[in-house]
Design a protein around this ligand. Structure first.
Ligand SMILES: Cc1cc2nc3c(=O)[nH]c(=O)nc-3n(C[C@H](O)[C@H](O)[C@H](O)COP(=O)(O)OP(=O)(O)OC[C@H]3O[C@@H](n4cnc5c(N)ncnc54)[C@H](O)[C@@H]3O)c2cc1C
Length: 386
């Protein structure tokens, strides 16, 4: 019997992982992504990966844990987690996402500049239409939808499942630090924390959360940092920093109210000098700033997922259970999804829809709920579990 054709939409973390699992089994899937081939600086930020997730990547990438850390880690003293033992599932590494995706992509068949526009399951296969200059049309037997939080597949097939915008005002900045300041101010702060992320809630403003993460130390000693300023959105008045309905293009528009809020922060005394340095109003104005929305996607009903599963379509990762960037562990969940869906499809199970078993859906739901709760807790809010 000929192998069924397998298509993956999305060359992100879950789609690439699924592609690698299949390739390891000698099965070549075609992966489509809307973006052009990535330059090295796209996604050049750190993400926290836990051993319970990244351990699945080691055999796929044919590296041991030490090499994995060495190739990917942005941690201040590599390998920072050398003291971890095999029993520590929660051990983590701060990995550069661009480098991870680069390693995962090797030898995969990826068609860049292919934005999926339309999907239609038919009796003879799943019909896919891509927005290319001459409109590419193809059909596939099995489709893995790994197209992220704004998933075109989910939007077309499960229109009631829409991302939920959580009520938080979040500004992200990218900050470059000269080598002398890095050595005197930032390196000690990261080393004291034993991590390449430091966070605090300033005294007198306990629902404001400040975070600074190290993205990269360059060869000349300068460093790239990423920071976030976040707080719950106002509920009693219009919040200029919480623009839930802004267009994607408007993410770069930062209201003056943000700089006024920064000006009111009192960052001295018992917080690390690194915070006073990064969150100084005039310095922040020089940074590359983005207005971030905290989105989550609640797991769609099992019956609906199964209905499409029976037609050969499996949805994974942020497409069906996105977690907010702050408080979330969705890259880890995406790795596990990629491994599990790749193995499920690779086994050529007759009942593809059984991928959506009770245990997996419960795990996804717990992940989304846990991340929303963590986001609350980061801002001094405690959610009742009753
Ligand atoms: C700045 C930042 C920091 C983060 N930090 C962490 C962290 O520390 N820890 C953590 O666990 N998670 C973190 N995350 C979240 C994590 O990156 C995502 O949850 C994860 O990438 C989701 O994987 P995915 O494969 O489901 O989707 P994605 O990685 O988003 O991949 C989706 C892919 O689909 C493609 N695509 C979308 N639509 C189409 C279409 N119509 N046609 C073709 N292709 C399409 C996109 O181009 C993209 O390549 C962070 C996210 C961001 C943005």
């Amino acid at each position: 019997m000929p192998q069924p054709s397998i298509t993956i939409i999305g060359a992100g973390i879950s789609g690439l992982t699924a592609g690698r699992v299949l390739l390891k089994r000698g099965i070549r899937a075609t992966i489509y992504d809307k973006h052009p081939p990535p330059p090295s600086h796209r996604n050049a930020y750190g993400i926290t990966l836990y051993r319970w997730a990244y351990q699945h990547l080691l055999p796929l990438l044919e590296v041991d844990e030490f090499t994995f850390h060495d190739k990917l880690s942005t941690d201040i003293s590599r390998p920072i987690h050398s003291k971890t033992t095999a029993t520590q599932e929660q051990a983590s590494v701060r990995a550069q996402r661009a480098r991870l995706e680069y390693l995962l992509r090797e030898d995969l068949d990826i068609r860049w500049n292919h934005k999926l526009e339309n999907i239609k399951p038919t009796p003879t296969g799943i019909s896919l239409i891509f927005a290319t200059p001459d409109t590419t049309h193809t059909t596939t037997d099995i489709l893995i939808a790994a197209d992220g939080v704004h998933s075109t597949v989910r939007t077309a097939l499960l229109p009631n499942s829409i991302p939920h915008i959580l009520p938080f005002a979040v500004i992200n900045g990218k900050h470059q630090v000269p080598s002398s300041t890095f050595g005197s101010v930032f390196r000690p702060a990261f080393e004291n924390a034993g991590s390449s992320i430091i966070e605090t809630r300033p005294s007198g403003a306990s629902n404001i959360h400040l975070q600074i993460a190290l993205n990269e130390i360059h060869d000349d000693g300068t460093a790239s940092l990423s920071w976030t300023y976040s707080r719950p959105a106002y509920t009693d008045k219009t919040d200029p920093l919480h623009r839930a309905d802004r267009s994607p293009d408007a993410a770069r528009e930062i209201p003056e109210a943000f700089f006024e809020e920064l000006g009111q922060l009192r960052l001295s005394g018992n917080v690390e000098p690194a915070f006073a340095d990064v969150f100084a109003t005039e310095k922040a104005r020089q940074d590359r700033l983005l207005h971030w929305l905290m989105r989550s996607v609640r797991v769609p009903p099992a019956s609906e997922l199964r209905r499409w599963g029976e037609q050969g379509i499996l949805m994974v990762g942020d497409a069906v259970h996105a977690q907010p960037i702050l408080g979330g562990e969705a890259a880890n969940a995406g790795i596990v999804d990629g491994v599990e869906v790749g193995e499920w499809v690779g086994e050529s199970r007759e009942e593809l829809a059984d991928f959506y078993n009770e245990e997996r859906l419960k795990r996804w739901e717990n992940g989304v709920e846990g991340s929303e709760k963590k986001l609350d807790e980061m801002h001094g809010m405690w959610r009742s579990t009753l």
